[in-house]
Design a protein around this ligand. Structure first.
Ligand code: ADP
Length: 947
């Protein structure tokens, strides 16, 4: 062998040694890479195990709602296996059919707004399990971008139990009827013609209209013209069973429009539509906020557009690369190529042919750049140029290289310029296909991010504890739930933060869990919040110490303070109701004290008016019961009552000057108050009141509790009033009966002992007096009998065609005989037709009215009767020149047992039943009976009868 050849061979050997060294280096980097990948995989798997053992159902969805992941809790919740769900649309598999369109729309609307990274807002919806059962769930949803795609991660939990608690609470509320009047929302009903048939008084607070002004009016009168069409559409939908709330503008009394939200449902009776019942909420404050937000969003829109474009670019690139990967042939091994100075291929190793699929004919004399991905040509050229200028110096690069099947693969190459080497005269390429590695790397990163995102977006706290209770992992929701940051708590002993009373139980459960790998336990306890308060949590802990990727106790905890509170309130409310006894005033005291305790107020008071006196019960002197208060003017309860307040009143509704005058406020320095006036039959007669030293705002739950208590108090007040009127009645009835009975006793006694000595005239007079007394007693007994018939709904009217004028004249002539020294006149206006009447009842009615006219007008004054015919009715009026009825009593005199105050002192006989019966009779005939003050003094009682 020549020396020259020797030298070349030596050179080549040297070069090959160099190549080997490079390869060895590559292997080191490969090992390092593998380690990294291993770590990533472990962390990804840890998160996956955590997701699988989570307490909440977790799902990942794409933008169309197709499920790509569901954890075990999710499979359990929906009763479907992952295989059954994955790849299918959430809307089709897990949502009841009637909500599907809505669900699809709502989901699309949410995904369109882009909400990456944001902790999901919580929504409630109806879900469907495999066996077709519907149940309510609560879900949070958030978007996570992972690799080339955006996922929507949903955390769902079954809230059937919570709904049940709510239902029970509602049930307890139902015990006390008419609660609606105390709600902050307006409750209304519409008749089938769209007229208000009822609206709760709360409307006054938001619209300046009173309920009376609205009832009977068509609802369209109050709607902003622009919103009318939409609203009518919504009502139509309501009638077909769609109970979605609707927002629109209404006009208040001054014509000013504001936003409300109503939800209504159709009312059916025996299958017929009889109207619509709804709830209306004043949302103007919310609307204002929304409008502001809208303005703000305007500015943001440009920004979002920009970002969307960026994103689209990125996605396009990724989609392209996805195509390369898909058809990759996974293969390992090194390739060696030798290039000429113009980058054409001179030689390729057999492994290169095997890996790329090219035969020598395919590539010889072709430029290597021909098969390099267009995007990588420039960098590749730069490397080659660098190598050309630096002979002998190896240079590394990664490019995408097209294989014969058209797919691009990632090639990692080391390029060395050995053109100057006479034996080689070429550029040496040492290449390795690293596509698998790139893909795996991508996948791992993806899965790690994916599962980390699942955990970190949970609104449960997820924690991993070591066997000694040290907190090794804490999800970011910790901060939301407990006020602490992850950093503040990581590495600390979890047991330090449990309530001392709960700690033994918790530790015992923990110890039990430690003994059994895979063991799961559920426990409730109090945990300390950053603000020092104790919050109730519910946790599910799973022993995953044996799981090599977790090696800890995985705890899913959630805050259940609100739920506990609601349950406790419910229990206390029920206890309080069960503890009520027969005495209404005592019950009111109990209810007031229960309110103080339940709402943790510092002082509870209840002030009530009775016969012009003001009584106060205060939790400060609970033992003393109700006390009569002399100096009433400055007492806030009296102040509000005397102003006729009906709805709840709080601190900001009262002038400071007035507030500070209250004797308890002065003495104890209260700064916050809440008042609930109590009304009985439309009249404010009491006021329930809580006071606090700290400024305080009541939550919705608290306001509702207060409303229930107030309703209970008003029912006790009603009971008290009806007991009271019963007592009054017994007093009056015994007084009324005593008189004729005493007369009877006296006269019969006289007749018995002296009858034989009397002359005929005296005897006749006495017998007449006895007859009168028995007539009076039997009149009273008949009255009571009729009342009892009315009460039992057995008071019937049997009508036949009759001459009312004739009847009136008969009664009047009877009156003339019965009442001496009084004038009665009857004035018919024109022809009076016959009408359908029950002559006996109408007779009673006329007697009642005429008796009263006589009773309540001065001796010698005339009693007049007028009869008129109107279009389709006859109107009869009984007119006197007596004392009349003061305005405030004009409706009440028609109530059972009601007498105007002077009558109660009993200058006149009577039971307070006459007018009550009179109205029953008139209404039984389909007419009306009412009182009018008579011009020139006296009373006019008028009634109508249909013709
Ligand atoms: P009573 O048996 O007390 O008369 P009613 O029901 O007939 O009971 O009447 C109720 C109350 O209405 C009476 O107590 C009286 O105060 C008032 N009242 C009834 N009729 C008249 C009248 N014509 N003038 C003035 N007051 C009347």
């Amino acid at each position: 062998m020549s020396r020259k050849a020797d030298k070349a061979a030596a050179r080549l050997r040297e070069e090959l040694a160099e190549l080997r060294r490079r390869t060895a280096e590559q292997e080191v980097s490969e090992r390092r890479y593998r380690q990294l990948a291993e770590e990533l995989r472990a962390s990804g798997e840890m998160f996956r195990s955590m997701a699988d053992s989570a307490n909440d159902a977790i799902m990942a969805l794409d933008e169309r709602g197709i499920v790509s992941y569901i954890n075990q809790a999710g499979e359990k919740l929906f009763g479907q296996t992952a295989e059954e769900v994955i790849g299918k649309s959430l809307h089709e598999t897990l949502i009841p059919e009637r909500f599907r369109d809505y669900s699809r729309g709502a989901f699309a609307a949410r995904t369109a707004t882009g909400m990456e990274g944001m902790l999901g807002a919580i929504r409630e919806f109806q879900a469907l399990s495999k066996n077709g059962k519907e149940f309510p769930v609560e879900a949070s949803i958030s978007a996570v971008r992972s690799g080339e795609r955006t996922f929507y991660i949903t955390f769902c939990r079954d809230i059937t139990a919570r709904k049940q608690v709510e239902e029970e609470l509602r049930e307890s509320q139902r015990r006390y009827r008419d609660l609606i009047e105390n709600l902050n929302d307006v409750v209304f009903t519409l008749d089938p013609l769209g007229r208000f048939s009822y609206i709760s008084p709360m409307i006054g607070r938001i619209s300046h209209y009173t309920a009376e002004e609205i009832v009977g009016q068509p609802f369209t009168r109050f709607i902003h013209p622009d919103d009318l069409t939409g609203l009518l559409g919504s009502f139509e939908r309501t009638l077909t069973g769609d109970l979605e709330p609707y927002e629109f503008r209404v006009l208040d009394k001054d014509g000013i429009s504001f936003h409300v939200r109503t939800s209504s449902r159709p009312l059916f009776k025996n299958g017929d539509l009889v109207g619509l019942a709804g709830v209306m909420t004043d949302i103007r404050r919310r609307k204002q906020a929304e409008e502001e937000l809208e303005r703000y969003r305007g500015n943001l829109e440009d920004l979002v557009e920009e970002r969307t474009k960026e994103l689209e670019g990125a996605t396009e690139g990724l989609r392209r690369s996805e195509r390369y990967y898909r058809s990759l042939i996974r293969n390992a091994g090194d390739m060696i190529d030798i290039l000429n100075a113009d980058f054409t291929i001179r030689w390729g190793s057999p492994s290169a042919g095997r890996i790329t699929g090219y035969t020598p004919e395919d590539i010889y004399r072709k430029s290597i750049l021909d098969n390099i991905h267009p995007d990588d040509i420039e960098p590749a050229k730069a490397v080659l140029d660098h190598v050309l200028n630096n002979p002998g110096e190896p240079q590394g690069t990664v490019v995408r290289f097209k294989h014969k099947d058209g797919s691009y693969h990632f090639h990692e190459a080391i390029v060395t310029n050995l053109l100057g080497d006479p034996a080689l005269k070429g550029i040496v390429l040492n290449t390795r296909d690293i596509t698998d590695r790139v893909l795996l790397d991508e996948e791992l990163r993806h899965s790690e991010r994916y599962f980390r995102a699942l955990i970190e977006n949970a609104y449960d706290i997820i924690a991993v504890l070591s066997p000694d209770g040290t907190m090794g992992y804490l999800s970011p929701s910790l901060e939301k739930v407990s006020g602490f940051t992850q950093e503040e708590r990581l590495g600390q002993d979890a047991f330090k933060f449990f309530h001392p009373d709960d700690l033994p139980r918790v530790m015992e459960a923990f110890a039990r869990g430690l003994e059994q790998p895979g063991f799961t336990d559920r426990i409730e306890y109090r945990w300390q919040h950053a603000d020092g308060s104790w919050h109730w949590q519910e946790a599910v802990a799973t022993n995953l110490l044996d799981d090599p990727v977790v090696r800890g106790i995985v705890v899913n905890a959630r805050d259940i303070t609100d739920r506990r509170l609601a349950e406790e309130r419910l229990q206390r409310l029920n206890q309080c109701f069960l503890g009520l006894g027969p005495d209404p005033l005592e019950n009111i005291q109990k209810l007031a004290l229960a309110g103080k305790e339940m709402l943790e107020a510092e002082l509870a008071r209840y002030g009530r008016m009775e016969k012009g006196d003001f009584y106060i019960f205060s939790s400060l002197h609970a033992g003393e019961g109700f006390m009569l208060l002399e100096d009433v003017e400055e007492h806030l309860c009296y102040y509000l009552l005397s102003r006729g307040a009906v709805g709840p009143v709080s601190t900001e509704d009262i002038e400071v000057r007035v507030f500070e005058k209250d004797p308890d406020v002065r003495e104890h320095g209260f700064r916050s108050c809440h008042f609930h006036p109590i009304t009985v039959q439309g009249e404010s007669i009491g006021c329930f009141n809580l006071l606090d030293k700290e400024k305080r705002e009541y939550s919705q739950l608290e306001v509702n509790t207060l409303a229930i208590l107030s309703k209970a108090i008003s029912i006790e007040e009603e009971r008290y009033a009806s007991n009271e009127s019963l007592r009054d009645f017994v007093d009056i009835a015994s007084h009324e009966l005593r008189h004729p009975v005493a007369l009877l006793a006296g006269f019969t006694e006289t007749l018995g002992s002296h009858g034989s000595e009397m002359d005929k005239q005296t005897r006749n007079e006495i017998v007449d007096a006895i007859k009168q007394s028995t007539a009076r007693i039997s009149h009273m007994v008949m009255g009571l009998l009729n009342i009892s018939l009315v009460e039992r709904e057995r008071f019937f009217i049997s009508k036949s065609s009759g001459d009312i004028l004739l009847l009136i004249e008969r009664v009047v002539s009877e009156m003339r005989v019965k009442v001496q020294g009084r004038e009665f006149s009857v004035e018919p206006a024109g022809e009076i037709d016959e009408c359908e009447i029950d002559p006996e009842r109408i007779h009673d009615l006329l007697v009642i009215l005429l008796d009263n006219a006589v009773k309540y007008s001065p001796e010698g004054s005339e009693v007049e009767l007028t009869v008129e015919t109107a279009q389709d009715e006859i109107m009869v009026s009984v007119l006197d020149r007596g004392i009349g009825v003061p305005a405030e009593h004009r409706e009440k005199i028609f109530e059972r047992f009601y007498q105007v105050e002077e009558a109660q002192y009993h200058s006149k006989p009577g039971l307070g039943l006459g007018l009550f019966l009179a109205r029953q009779i008139v209404e039984g005939h389909g007419g009306r009976l009412w009182y009018e003050p008579r011009e020139g003094g006296g009373s006019a009682f008028r009634f109508t009868l249909p013709r």
